[in-house]
Design a protein around this ligand. Structure first.
Ligand code: SF4
Ligand code: SF4
Ligand code: SF4
Length: 582
């Protein structure tokens, strides 16, 4: 039996896989049907009715849900269809707070684009304007329900991809709203601040808590010494804000832009990623040798840490005690570096540029202040950095390439790949043989842990010690692996977890791509290419060979896992409340 059916779309014969939808068949035939709520694989609920088509039934049907069938005749474009879609759009806009000029999503808003595509210059219907309070109490996420179109993309990402369920649709009819249970502020829920709801929202109803004004203020304070660090995934996506093709690394221009913005020093978080590998690799080796708590689970991703604290508090001992690279770097800057260059750490202001909204929450954790000062003073997302560059009138595309500042400017390829799922594991596996035996393994490219498969496994044997490792990304996938461990059905020694699907390259602070791109390009894989490209081009690709990291141990920390490291580079976790059981 054929796996395909033949149908006609606007009079053109189209072959489409059985089980696919009219929307997918139309897309493959080059017919563009407008959508608003649709997000492939995540939100296919036909809620907004923008994709209605005529399939010969009494009423129009939502193309995103209607299955293809043999001989089906579909009309996607007729005066009646266009008028029906236009009325639908006007009704959405009639109850929408239309403040495009000052909206964070202006020019990247899918609703605004639809209004433009439909040539809506006037709205015929006057609806009652919503007047919901804005929830801006979270350290990371701001919710503005007045700009919500009830598409439910955020609800389904939070519930089904991340399995957190911090937001849902509440009330009914005109009063329907997307909110936290009991309309609690997001900060009082198990929300893990991952920002996946933001990058999947078509409008300005969700955004990060902005640090831009605070950073401008710090930059103009002559009494402060302002330094910045940038995470690996930022260089892989910042270019999208300046019309570079996805996956173009813009490291040198990013450094140049940060110097123009006025930062005294521009450092690479990748160096701290190398430091993390030294500490975490040592922790793994010690736990294996001393029969400590296994599996050891990575701790770089603050969304994952909070998820574990809420949903798997019984497994907090499995978490590596290593701070994330962001916070390790902050602690290093305010201790070792401040001493080395003779700067009072009280005057130092450390900004980090991260692909991640959860890093804002992490920076506020009170325990992450082991120097007596917060490790990190402010966190900018990749999007916020782009805003600052644009606001300054910097001609990003014509900037020269500049290098990160020393003495911690040079990172290894291992540090760079931290930004993609599997990167932390690969970096660790490049160094564990040396940490166990003092000798390197020949294999630098550990490709089995690369790519976007939900769960990846690797087994390495070093000096008779077998290490079974797993890599998961996206919290729903993490939950599956953790449940297996709880049930005694998995025997891993080492697990990498990143909260966001695809890892940091697809973090909640990265440039927002519309659903049309999400639905047709694997953003995670495209951005990861930029990191693997940079890794290949670096002369040093193993963390334990980073000369700056080795010098830091020689001059200050003495040895990985030593007393000073534990004081400054490690942390602890707290069990947090979950929602009460229903
Ligand atoms: S959400 Fe979109 S349509 Fe609404 S104010 Fe913002 S830019 Fe304009
Ligand atoms: S930040 Fe993450 S956990 Fe919080 S509401 Fe959004 S998707 Fe859910
Ligand atoms: S907040 Fe955004 S993603 Fe969520 S339902 Fe509203 S418009 Fe859709």
């Amino acid at each position: 039996m054929s796996e395909f059916v033949t149908l006609t779309i606007d009079g053109i014969e189209v072959k489409a896989p059985k089980g696919s939808t009219v929307l997918e068949a139309a897309k493959s035939a080059g017919v563009d049907i407008p959508t608003l709520c649709y997000l492939k694989g995540i939100n296919e609920i036909g809620a907004c009715r923008m994709c209605i088509v005529d399939v010969g039934m009494r009423s129009f049907q939502a193309a995103c849900m209607f299955p293809v069938s043999e001989g089906l005749k579909v009309i996607t474009n007729s005066p009646k269809i266009r008028e029906t879609r236009k009325v639908t759009l006007e009704l959405i806009l009639s109850a929408h707070e239309k403040k495009c000029l000052t909206c964070v999503r202006s020019r990247s808003c899918e609703l605004q684009k639809l209004a433009s595509d439909f040539n809506l210059h006037d709205i015929r219907y006057e609806g009652e304007m919503p007047n919901h309070p804005i929830d801006d109490l979270s350290a990371s996420i701001v919710r503005d329900p007045n700009k919500c179109v009830l598409c439910r993309r955020c609800v389904n990402v939070c519930k089904h991809v991340q399995t957190v369920g911090a937001i849902d649709t509440m009330e009914r009819g005109f009063n329907t709203i997307v909110a936290s249970p009991f309309n609690m502020p997001l900060k009082d829920t198990p929300c893990v601040n991952c920002g996946q709801c933001i990058v999947n929202c078509p409008t300005g109803a969700l955004r990060e808590k902005s640090s831009v004004e605070k950073v401008w203020k710090a930059l103009s304070d002559k009494d402060r010494y302002i330094v910045v660090q940038t995470a690996p995934a930022v260089r892989a996506a910042l270019g999208e804000e300046f019309d570079y093709p996805m996956g173009t690394p813009v490291t040198g221009k990013m450094v140049s832009a940060l110097k123009k913005l006025g930062f005294a020093k521009v450092f690479d978080t990748d160096t701290a990623a190398d430091l993390t590998i030294m500490e975490e690799g040592t922790e793994l080796v010690e736990r294996i040798k001393n029969k400590g708590k296994l599996p050891l689970i990575t701790s770089c991703s603050p969304g994952w840490i909070k998820f574990c604290e809420h949903f798997y508090p019984d497994m907090l001992d499995n978490l590596s005690t290593c701070k994330s690279p962001q916070n390790m770097f902050g602690a290093v800057l305010k201790s070792y570096y401040a001493k080395k260059v003779g700067i009072d750490p009280a005057k130092m202001f450390v900004v980090s540029v991260m692909p991640c909204t959860a890093k804002k929450y992490e920076a506020e954790r009170p325990e992450l202040a082991s120097t007596g000062y917060p490790d990190i003073d402010e966190v900018l997302t990749t999007r916020e950095l782009a805003e600052m560059i644009k606001e300054s009138g910097i001609d990003f595309r014509n900037l020269p390439d500049e290098q990160f500042d020393d003495p911690m400017g040079e990172a290894t390829g291992a540090g760079v790949i931290f930004g993609a799922t599997g990167g932390v594991m690969e970096a660790a596996l490049r160094s564990v043989p040396f940490l166990l035996t003092g000798k390197d393994d020949d294999n630098v490219d550990i490709k089995v842990v690369r790519g976007v498969d939900a769960v990846k496994e690797a087994e390495v044997e070093v000096a008779g010690v077998k290490i079974k490792a797993a890599v998961v990304h996206g919290l729903g996938n993490a939950r599956k692996v953790l449940d297996k461990i709880r049930a005694g059905e998995a025997d891993y020694q080492f697990i990498e977890v990143m909260a966001c699907p695809g890892g940091c390259v697809n973090g909640g602070g990265q440039p927002i791509q519309p659903a049309s791109v999400h639905n047709s390009v694997d953003i995670r894989a495209e951005r990861a290419k930029a990191l693997y490209q940079e890794d290949r081009n670096l002369s040093i690709r193993r963390s334990h060979e980073n000369p700056h990291v080795l010098k830091m141990y020689e001059e200050y920390f003495e040895k990985p896992g030593g007393h000073k490291s534990h004081e400054l580079l490690h942390t602890h976790y707290v069990a947090r409340e979950n929602y009460p059981e229903e």
